[in-house]
Design a protein around this ligand. Structure first.
Ligand code: GDP
Length: 434
């Protein structure tokens, strides 16, 4: 991956006591190769590494700092600048404001439409989703399912053959029903195709969106850049959404798209769940590519998912040594609400590359949840009553082994002991907890 290769290139500088012409040239060459391998357009890669080289050599005098660290800082700054510097918001203007979503089939348009609607809804806005894919009846159903899941109305006309009319009717419907934002999901094709382009163009001119977002699958590498170019020529879109960044996607698309089509990336999609959407922050993306993790996005997502009152309640229970299995289950559910566990762990600095071969997903919680669900309310509140025969019953009921039940009980017991210890230390004034 780009991250691994950059790390390796940068490691060659580590331990060297100064930045010299020779090791900078060798390292930037490695960086360039890594960028090209990661689907960054060659010209773009050359531009960036030339800048890095100049900057690194320029700062020869500053060699009091570790050269490796300084090099990382320079690469980070350049990657950030290349991806646009600042995060850019979408333009929500008009009554209702119209957001048009375009892209190839399978790029993740429908999923993204749902995610964006959900994000806007959580910000307290009244949103309507419009299903304008007249070619694939399944696309309408897919949007309806998502709409139901997130509690957002979906406008559709399953028997209509006129995408422009559906879009117009959706906007009229929004106006009538007091919705402030309409998100229009359009039809995609497997490849760029004239009829499809014409249709999206027509939709654009008839409903005058204040924001057109082009959705692209980051796994498609260099093709993503070409598709973006074509769509931009026809639609002059306002921003890009990069999807499937949770998979093996190479960072290359994010790097070149901005440079070649000169439009900002506004969102990144990192999973199939409705929560897995983040605003695009160039500096965070640069950190992620460089393996520094994406701690800020992680914190933001945690803030969205965690309910403050619940956190206070749990904290009080921990302090009173009353934390039980019901609380534990609640905490697990909150973590799951934040999205895919592997995505989350990948945002922690240094974890990304360490985890890439590990099998870990939200299913890892399943046996734990099953065990807790098989306990009686009394057992959940007071695990001490769980004796041998109860353990057997719980294992049988949850489809797990006796050993799994024992492990969970042991871990839970240790967790409680730890909480107790912390409480005692706090009381003795050794530990300050807010
Ligand atoms: P559309 O044809 O452009 O509307 O694409 P869909 O929204 O139907 O997405 C195509 C497939 O990609 C579906 O199976 C989605 O669940 C999946 N998908 C969409 N976004 C993401 C993402 O960010 N990560 C992953 N892993 N899968 C995604």
């Amino acid at each position: 991956s780009l991250q691994d290769k950059l790390n390796k290139a940068i490691r060659t500088l580590k331990g060297k006591d100064r930045i010299s012409d020779i090791n900078v040239a060798a390292t930037t060459k490695e960086v360039r190769r890594a960028l090209v391998d990661a689907d960054v357009n060659f010209k773009v890669a050359k531009e960036i590494t030339d800048k890095i080289k100049d900057k690194a050599l320029d700062q020869k005098i500053l060699i009091a700092v570790e050269p490796g660290q300084m090099f990382v800082k320079i690469v980070h700054e350049e990657l950030t600048a290349l991806m646009g510097g600042q995060a850019e918001a979408i333009n929500i203007k008009g009554d209702p404001a119209v957001i048009l979503i375009a892209g190839l089939q399978g790029s993740g348009k429908t999923t993204f439409s749902g995610k964006l609607a959900y994000m806007l809804k959580r910000q307290g806005r009244q949103v309507l989703l419009a299903a304008c894919d007249i070619y694939r009846p399944a696309a309408i159903d897919q949007l309806k399912v998502l709409g139901e899941q997130i509690g957002v109305e979906v406008y559709s006309e399953p028997d209509s053959r006129d995408a422009v009319a559906i879009a117009q009717n959706a906007v009229a419907h929004a106006k009538k029903s007091g919705k402030k934002i309409v998100i229009v999901d359009t039809a995609g094709r497997l490849a760029v195709d004239e009829v499809m382009m014409k249709e999206v163009e027509n939709i654009k001119s008839s409903i005058k969106p204040s924001e057109i977002l082009f959705v692209v699958d980051s796994m498609t590498g260099q093709d993503a850049v070409n598709t973006a170019k074509t769509f931009n020529e026809r639609l002059n879109f306002d921003g890009v959404v990069l999807t499937k960044l949770d998979g093996d996607a190479r960072g290359g698309a994010a790097l070149s798209i901005r440079q070649i089509v000169e439009k900002p990336i506004k969102y990144i999609s990192t999973g199939e769940k409705m929560e897995a959407l983040d605003s695009f922050y160039p500096d965070r993306m640069a950190s992620r590519i460089l393996g520094m993790g994406d701690v800020l996005s992680l914190v933001e997502r945690a803030q969205q998912a965690f309910d403050e009152d619940e956190a206070k309640r749990i904290n009080a229970k921990m302090r009173a040594n009353k934390f039980d299995f019901n609380d534990f289950l609640g905490q697990l559910q909150q973590i799951k609400k934040m999205g895919n566990v592997k995505d989350l762990l990948g945002m922690i600095p240094g974890m990304g590359s360490a985890m890439k071969d590990m099998e870990i997903d939200n299913d890892s919680f399943k046996p734990i949840e099953a065990i807790i669900h098989s306990m009686t309310p009394k057992e959940r509140e007071n695990p001490d009553v769980i004796d041998g025969s109860r353990k057997k019953r719980i294992a049988g009921g949850s489809g797990t082994s006796l050993q799994q039940v024992n492990n969970l009980l042991k871990q839970f017991d240790e967790m409680r002991k730890m909480m107790k210890k912390m409480n005692t230390m706090e009381k003795m004034g050794k530990l300050k907890v807010k």
